[in-house]
Design a protein around this ligand. Structure first.
Ligand code: X8Z
Ligand code: ZN
Length: 633
């Protein structure tokens, strides 16, 4: 994760506030009494004072940007350290500290955005213009410029994130955490049990609803003061195109991949029906969400055993079993991930990574277990925070998180405001791209996890496993922010929050909850990125970008076989070209970064289609004679 100019929070990607890949905490105007580095206070928090300090000329703009950038760099390390401290030890005091620094960061971010807007009509150097634009979009949740607003917003966001992260519910007579529930859900094939887990986890979130509604109101007020229609429009503005054009772009991409998703949905539904019978999973209509092996039904790979081909080959291995048999522990999983990047020519992780990362859940305190990657000082103090378990899911997640760290280190020599992904989808796609090679049987064989490399007879089982994670994810990757866009625009009122969430789940994913939802339910709050305020469309984009990166890398490697069997492990030439894209950070519009690595300049779902082509053909064959889709059930 990384974040943008926002209050520091969990990490997911670079923004000035909440986020998942945390990179740079938000700029802050000043610190709490006492602690923290000395910071020169900025001028008063108004656009008018910024006007006075910097004349509306090219020189004035350059001076404003330089000053803001320096302040941002200075403040971000402090905010990151506070955020890390809270995320790895949730207490009253760490929450208090984080809320304080996040409020300061938000105030700084608002001030910077307002100051930047003053130069809208001034002719400035291209880099300065880009930085001014970035400053205007950097906040994830802006606060309005009135006393107390940033404080209230920060207290709410810290409380929401902490409520999620400390959530527990009773299962079989004892309280369990999300990670415990997720492990049981992955393996359970008892629909009564999966229903209890699905519903149980969602008991942690009704308490969040009022806070969430208040947060939306404050952030919208802030977004409007910055000239955006609402916070959703602000979120859609970070893609080097107009917000509406970006929304249309996601529609276009979804239209490209939806037929494939429908084929997968149809096939999986049929197999679930065969296993559980009509009373649990009918052969028509939506799928029951709790039967898919994941708390949010966002990746379905955990139920591969239920949907494995009856004809068409069988898989000779299960990655979780391979890791367990080979006695992997969480540290070895991370070392293995590091080794992949090193094989591409990336420098090993610094010693401090190993000393300061949190790799497993501590027994003695509450933490944010949702995985994240951090860039504490915007240079070398990179870390991950995970509650790693030895299984295939976390093997993937380790590669994902390290991808964030590799990106962060690659762009560390850029000016501060360019130390970020080309867009947030790029940040999420880096580790996933590497993961596509790291999950190939060829690679698993190379590192000694698999004794033999399966032949073409395992192509369909392999592709099915991959599709259960990667294709099943696509509508989820879209629907989380479709829901939030509606919430921020006011189209969805607080009374409608839950119904709208479940309607989007049905519309995009073709899924229904295992039973009626209680009147007070707030199911969106049971997905980390909602209380954590991490924009989610980034993951939808990443699930397309990663296949573009993979196809381009395999071409560069001279690979002529099927894309899904290509691994770029050990390929330093690909590594060099990859690094050329990473080093650019956010200094240029994302199509240029895309071009530097792939030669392509657009986002294009044809690579995902190429990768999965044999499976799609196979699914169409399997589904022959079945009515697919879910709306007319
Ligand atoms: O949140 C994450 C990463 C951290 S940026 C673990 N992911 C999304 C999720 O878990 O919902 C990775 C895939 C999608
Ligand atoms: Zn991530």
């Amino acid at each position: 994760m990384k974040r943008q100019l926002m209050a520091a929070v969990a990490v997911c990607a670079l923004s000035f506030t909440a986020g998942c890949a945390s990179t740079t905490p938000q700029p802050t105007e000043r610190y709490a009494d006492g602690g923290g580095p000395a910071v020169t206070p900025l001028p008063e928090n108004t656009a008018a004072s910024a006007a006075a300090a910097y004349p509306a000329t090219a020189e004035g703009a350059a001076a404003f940007v330089a000053e803001t950038e320096a302040k941002y760099a200075e403040l971000s390390e402090y905010a990151s350290r506070v955020a890390w401290t809270r995320a790895t030890n949730i207490t009253f005091d760490t929450m208090w500290l984080e809320a304080k620094v996040n409020a300061e960061m938000t105030e700084f971010g608002v001030q910077a955005a307002n100051g930047a807007a003053r130069f809208n009509d001034v002719e400035v150097a291209p880099d300065v213009r880009r930085k001014l634009n970035l400053l205007r979009q950097a906040l994830v949740l802006p606060a309005p410029n009135r006393p107390g607003a940033a404080d209230e917003l920060a207290q709410i966001t810290t409380r929401l994130d902490s409520t999620y992260s400390t959530g527990k519910f009773d299962f079989k007579g004892k309280p369990i955490t999300l990670d415990e529930a997720s492990l049981i859900l992955a393996d359970s094939r008892d629909p009564a049990e999966t229903k209890a887990l699905y519903e149980g986890w969602r008991t942690i979130s009704p308490v969040m609803r009022a806070d969430y509604a208040r947060m939306v109101a404050i952030a919208n007020e802030g977004a409007r003061e910055l000239g955006y229609a609402d916070t959703g429009a602000l979120w859609r503005s970070g893609y080097d195109m107009a917000p509406d054009a970006f929304a249309a772009e996601t529609d276009r991409l979804w239209a490209q991949v939806k037929p494939f998703y429908e084929n997968l949905h149809c096939y999986v539904r049929g197999r679930l029906n065969a296993k559980y019978g009509d009373a649990v999973q009918p052969d028509q209509g939506p799928i029951r969400a709790d039967l898919l092996g994941n708390m949010w039904s966002q990746q379905w790979g955990n139920i591969y055993d239920v949907v494995a081909p009856v004809e068409g080959g069988r898989s000779s291995y299960d990655l979780t079993e391979l890791l367990k048999t080979a006695d992997y522990d969480p540290l070895k999983m991370v070392k293995t991930g590091e080794n992949f990047y090193v094989s591409m020519g990336v420098a090993p992780l610094p010693q401090t990574f190993w000393e300061r990362s949190m790799i497993t859940r501590p027994r003695d305190r509450e933490v944010v277990c949702h995985a994240s990657a951090w860039d504490i000082d915007n240079a070398d103090d990179i870390r991950i925070k995970m509650c790693t378990n030895v299984n295939g899911d976390d093997f993937y997640t380790v590669h994902h998180e390290l991808g964030h760290n590799v990106y962060q280190r690659a762009y560390k020599n850029q000016p501060m405001l360019f130390r970020n992904g080309a867009n947030d989808g790029f940040h999420e796609a880096i580790g996933d791209f590497v993961g596509l090679s790291a999950l190939t049987p060829t690679y698993l064989n190379q590192i000694g996890l698999l004794q033999t490399t399966p032949g073409a007879e395992e192509d369909i089982p392999f592709l099915l496993k991959m599709a259960l994670d990667k294709i099943a994810f696509l509508p989820f990757g879209l629907m989380v922010d479709r829901w939030r866009w509606g919430v921020f625009s006011g189209e969805t009122t607080p009374e409608q929050y839950n119904a709208a969430w479940n309607a989007d789940m049905l519309r995009y994913q073709g899924l229904v909850p295992p039973g009626p939802r209680p009147a007070d339910a707030f199911d969106p709050g049971a997905k980390y990125h909602v209380p954590g305020n991490t924009p989610y469309t980034r993951y939808f984009l990443a699930h397309i970008y990663q296949f573009q990166f993979h196809r381009a890398a395999c071409q560069q490697a001279g690979w002529t076989g099927p894309l899904h069997r290509c691994s770029i492990y050990g390929n330093t030439e690909v590594g060099q070209r990859f690094n050329a894209m990473l080093e650019m950070g956010q200094s240029r519009p994302w199509p240029e970064a895309m071009q530097a690595f792939t030669g392509e300049t657009t986002n294009d779902a044809s690579a995902i289609a190429d990768y999965f082509a044999p499976l799609n053909t196979w699914l169409i064959e399997q589904n022959r004679g079945h009515g697919c889709g879910w709306s007319a059930a």
